[in-house]
Design a protein around this ligand. Structure first.
Ligand code: ADP
Length: 257
C-alpha cells in the first residue's frame, strides 16, 4: 500500500513543478489491521466463556436443573471461569511483551532450573495422561527476562502435554554451542501439519478449535513464545508431522538482549 501526496510548487502564482511524496504504508496498514483483528478476537474469546457462565447460572437460578445435576453445572462454571482467568492473564502478558523491555528486569536465568520448576508445576497434568517428562541437560545461564522465559517454556511444555498421546513422552533439552544456547521441547503427540506450522504462532489460531477448547487452551500460548523469542533475539524452529509428534527448538544468542 502506498500513500501519495502531490504538492504543486508555486512561486508568485506561477507553477514551477510539483513535489511528489510516496510513502510505503504497507506495514502501518498491516499493523493496524492486526490490532483491529486482535480486539475483535479478544472480545469474542472473552464473551464465549462469559456467556456460558451466565447461561449455566441462569438455568440453576430458574430451577431448570435437577438437584443431582447441580455439581456438574457448577464444575462447568468453574472450568469456564478458569478459562477466562487464563485468557486475561495471557492477554496481559502479550500486551506487556508488545510494550517492550522498558519495565522488564533483566537477570541471569538458569534455563535448566526453570525447566525443573515448570516440570514440577505440570507434574499433575502429565501424570493424568501418564506422560513421562524427561529434562535433559544441565545448568545453562542466559541474561533475559525471567518471567517471559518462564511463560515461554511453560507454554511449550504445557502444549507438549495437552497435545500428547496417553502414555507419551515429553523431552526438554538444553545445550550450548560456541554462540548459542538451545532449548528444545519435543513430544510424541498429535503433531502439526506443515501448512499449519507457521499459523499456530498467530494469536488465537488453533488447529482444532474444539479440541483446544476442551484442553483449556487460550490460543495465545505460542504467540507469547514467538514474541518472547523476538524480545530475546532468539530463533524458533518447528519440526513436526501429524501423528509423529512435535519438536520446537529455540536458539538464544549468548547475549540475548
Ligand atoms: P492453545 O492455547 O490452543 O494451546 P497455542 O498458541 O499454545 O494455543 O497453540 C496454538 C495451536 O497450535 C493449538 O491450538 C494446537 O492446535 C497447536 N499446537 C500447539 N502446540 C502443539 C503441539 N505440541 N502438538 C500439536 N499441536 C500443537
Amino acid at each position: 500500500f502506498y500513500q501519495l501526496l502531490a504538492n504543486p510548487v508555486k512561486v508568485t502564482g506561477k507553477t514551477y513543478g510539483a513535489v511528489i511524496m510516496v510513502w510505503d504504508i504497507t506495514e502501518k496498514n498491516a499493523a493496524e489491521q492486526m490490532r483491529r483483528e486482535f480486539s475483535a478476537n479478544v472480545s469474542h474469546e472473552l464473551k464465549t466463556p462469559l456467556m456460558s457462565i451466565s447461561g449455566y447460572a441462569e438455568l440453576i437460578e430458574n430451577g431448570m436443573v435437577q438437584p443431582a445435576d447441580i455439581p456438574e453445572f457448577a464444575s462447568r462454571i468453574h472450568q469456564e471461569a478458569n478459562r477466562l482467568t487464563a485468557l486475561v492473564q495471557d492477554i496481559i502478558q502479550l500486551s506487556k511483551l508488545e510494550e517492550g523491555t522498558s519495565q522488564m528486569q533483566e537477570e541471569v536465568v538458569d534455563l535448566y532450573e526453570l525447566a525443573e520448576d515448570i516440570g514440577a508445576t505440570l507434574h499433575h497434568a502429565a501424570k493424568k495422561k501418564d506422560i513421562t517428562m524427561k529434562i535433559e541437560g544441565a545448568t545453562q545461564e542466559i541474561t533475559g527476562v525471567r518471567q517471559i522465559l518462564y511463560e515461554m517454556l511453560y507454554n511449550l511444555m504445557d502444549n507438549g502435554i495437552k497435545y500428547n498421546v496417553e502414555h507419551g513422552i515429553l523431552w526438554v533439552r538444553m545445550w550450548k554451542t560456541t554462540d548459542k544456547i538451545y532449548w528444545q521441547v519435543e513430544d510424541t503427540g498429535i503433531g502439526i501439519a506443515k501448512e499449519e506450522q507457521e499459523r499456530v504462532y498467530e494469536r488465537f489460531y488453533r488447529v482444532d478449535k474444539s479440541h483446544s477448547r476442551q484442553t483449556g487452551g487460550t490460543g495465545l500460548g505460542l504467540s507469547i513464545v514467538k514474541h518472547g523469542a523476538a524480545l530475546h533475539h532468539a530463533q524458533i524452529r518447528t519440526e513436526s508431522q501429524p501423528g509423529q509428534g512435535t519438536k520446537i527448538t529455540i536458539g538464544f544468542p549468548l547475549d540475548p538482549i
